[in-house]
Structure formats: C-alpha cells, structure tokens
Write a protein that binds this ligand. Sequence first.
Ligand code: ADP
Length: 488
Amino acid sequence: MHVDVSPSNSTRVLFLAAEADPFIKVGGLGDVAGSLPRALRASQSLLDVRLVLPFHSAINRAAFAARSLGQFSVPHPTGALTAEAFELDVNGVPVYLIAGDLIPESAPVYSSNMAMDGPKYTFFSVASLELARHLNWQPDILHANDWHTALAVYQLSRLREVDPFFAQTRSVLSVHNLPFMGAGAEVSVHNFGIPFSLDKHMPEWARGFPLPLGLLTADRIVAVSPGYAQEILTPDFGCGLQNLLSTRSAALTGILNGIDTQLWNPITDPLLTTPYQSGQWNLRGENKAALQTAYHLPVDPDIPLIICIGRMDPQKGVDLALDGLRLAAGKKWQAIILGTGIPELEADARRLATDFPARVRTELRFDSRLSHQLYAGGDILLMPSRYEPCGLAQMIAMRYGCVPLARSTGGLRDTIRDADINPDGNGFLFSESTPQALEKRLSDVLTQFAIKEKWHQLQQCGMEENFSWDQSAVQYVRLYQELMEGSL
Ligand code: ADP
C-alpha cells in the first residue's frame, strides 16, 4: 500500500471539487477550487490541504504530467469498481486526479444528462474517500463542494460510525449553488447501495439527492457569502430546503469567496493590450480602444462600453440584461456580451446584436483571454443575477476598474456598495428583477459615467478593494480549527 505522511501536528484537509483552475474551469467553482487550497496553505503552514478532482477527459494530459499512484477498489453492491489515482503538484498544492470506469473518456465536466453525471459523481465521491484509505492518509477534514461531492460528506457520516479509519474525520460542505442538488443522481445513489435519508426534516422528494444528504450530515455548512447564508433560510431562495437548513442553522455560516489576485491583476496581466494601475486612466483607455477597434465599434472613449460575462442562464438574469438594453436604446452605449449556455438565451443575445449592429457584439463561447480584455476595457459590468451565491465577475471587474451594475442579492449585495448611498461606493445596485428596473438604473449610471472625476473615483474605490483569498482563507482556517477543537 502507498503510505503518505504529513507532519504529525498538521491538519489534513481533503478538498473535493468537480472542477479547478488551471486543470479545468467551467464557472466560479473552478476559480474557487483552483485558488482556495493554495490560499489555505499560505495562510496556515500547518494546513496540509490536498485537492481531489475527477480526471476529466478535457484535462490536458500532456500539460499536466501526473504520476500514477496505482489502482484501488470502490465498493459497489454488484462488485467492486476500479479507480486509478494520479498525483501531481500544482503551485505547492498536492493534487489527486481520479480516473475510473464511471468517469468516461469522452464526457464533459457537466452534462445535462443525469444518467451520465449521476453515476460519475457518485463514483467520484465514494472513490475520494477510498483514495484517502489507499494513500493511508487519514483526513482531519473532508471539505466537499456542491452536489457533485456532497455525497462524500453523507458517506463519511455513515462510515465514521463503523470505520476507525474515518472515525475522527470532520466534514465541511460549501454551497456554491443551492438549486443544483443532483436531482436524478438518486438512481446511482441507490445503485451504490447508499441508503436514502429517513430524517424527518428531509423533504420526501430530496431523500436521495446528494446535496440535501450532504446538508443534512455536514459538520459545517458554508454558503459562499454571508448574504446567501441568510437567503437560503427563506422560501424565496431555499429551494424547498429552507426548513432542513433552518434545523442546521447552527452549523451554517457564510464566507465570501475570493479571487486569485495574481491571475487577475491589471498591472501584470499579459493578456491585456496595455497593463495599467489605478489612476492610469489613459492607459486603461487603450484597452477599451483596442476592443472597440477589434469589434468594429465606433472608437470613442465617451461612449460607455457595457460588458456582460457569464453563463447564459436565467440565474444570471441574461434575459433582463438583453431586454433592459433594448429599453435603453435611446441612450448612448455599446455592449459586448460574452457567454455560453441555454440555446434560447444565446439566440436572444445573437438577436440583440443583429438588431443593434452598430453597438452590440456577442461572443457565444468560453474565452478566458477575451474575458480579461473585457474586464480591462469595459466601463460597466452588467450583472442582473436573480440570485447570486457569491459571484466572482463583479469582484474581478472592480479589480480592473470596470464598475459593476448588479442586482442587490446574495454576494453581489455583500461586495458592492451603491455609489448613490455610500461616499466610498464601488458600483451600483438595483432591486426589482425586471428589465424596466434595470433600464432605469442603467440610465442613471450612464449619466454618471459622463462625470469623469466622479467616475474615476468609483473606479478607484473598486480597484482598492481587497478581494484576495487572504481574508476568506483566514475564516476557513478558523472554521477548521473550531471543528478540530469541538467534539464529534
Ligand atoms: P458562476 O460561478 O455562477 O458561473 P461567477 O461570477 O461566480 O459565476 O464566476 C464566473 C467565472 O467564470 C468568472 O471568472 C467569469 O469571468 C468566468 N466566465 C463565465 N463565462 C465565461 C465565458 N464565456 N468566457 C470566459 N470566462 C467566463
């Protein structure tokens, strides 16, 4: 058996996620799992945090030379399944990639087909626990993220009753997006011989869903912003789990996500036309001019350039943004929309560009390079999310001097101070999720854009914010410490 040791006084954290930058990134979870383990290790040298990911086919095997740690068994009622672990080190963080029959060679990270994702993530969750055993590396903390790995938390709660290897392991479950509970995965949960919950607080329909099972049994639940931690206790945001969550409210906290401030740094960003820092508004302007030129838009610093970056999903309020922009047609603005997602929303975005050929461009793809250039060249980030557990785009935008206009919800409300109310405001908020409300607020913002001195002050406030992982990492470290000090 492979034996792997940590210093005897270290706290061992097994951190599970479906995606992590730089291996594979689909959305914000990829940013978080790519940055938090490193930040945790940096903030507390005795934290031995190790990241576990599925070895997705989209992970570039040539770029990430991983060493095989051999095969191990994953229990299954019809006979053990085989998994293989690979190991490498990225930025000082040990990373394990798990391959196996149920992590198919050709599957995307997330598929709309739960017949594929259910077995894959059930397998991955169970295999992650077995990996620890294979490595003979007893975790002090199992830290899972979202539905994809929540089942590991549930399994742990059952195993530690009977299995000395896991008897002392505590669990943390971070919730990045409550509505995605793993509905449909209950088939594979059952097939793996994992019993559904009979807890009286668990709604009937949720008894076999991975996320609710994790929420029921995690020692600590973390929502990714204090605002979202409050919201999910209410019927509007609790997705039917508000009563279950209320029974767990003593275990629930909100810790704001951070951003990777090395990756997202306008002073050193190699993807920009011209790097710049706060105050160097002319240099920043060169990035805007480059975008206007590249997209055959009128090259004019006085026309506000609105950007939208994100998944094309009703959550993100893409429809509100598109309709709101239509309503604001009488005003002077340009817009570049970058995103992929639901085909209808993509079609609506394309239609806006067709209807406003002189001022709207859409890029319906995932393009990290372009996102950097948009944050650097855009004046206003439009982010009218219907709900927003944390949101990274608004934090990145602020770091680049692009002013967010967002709906007042969850992490958006926690990170944006409306400039009309606060002298040190860093953006703008609106409440009602209607295109009319968006248009009204956008009109105000466009007016304020013209007052250069005030606008620069807003940009400066945003650029001075500390959205690094340092602060959040300190809170996670404290949480781990509390868990280690408390009794099980
Ligand atoms: P979510 O996690 O809900 O998708 P976040 O705002 O938390 O939203 O994080 C989204 C992250 O993904 C940001 O880093 C954003 O820049 C990036 N992103 C989203 N869509 C795209 C895209 N089409 N191209 C490039 N980056 C994108």
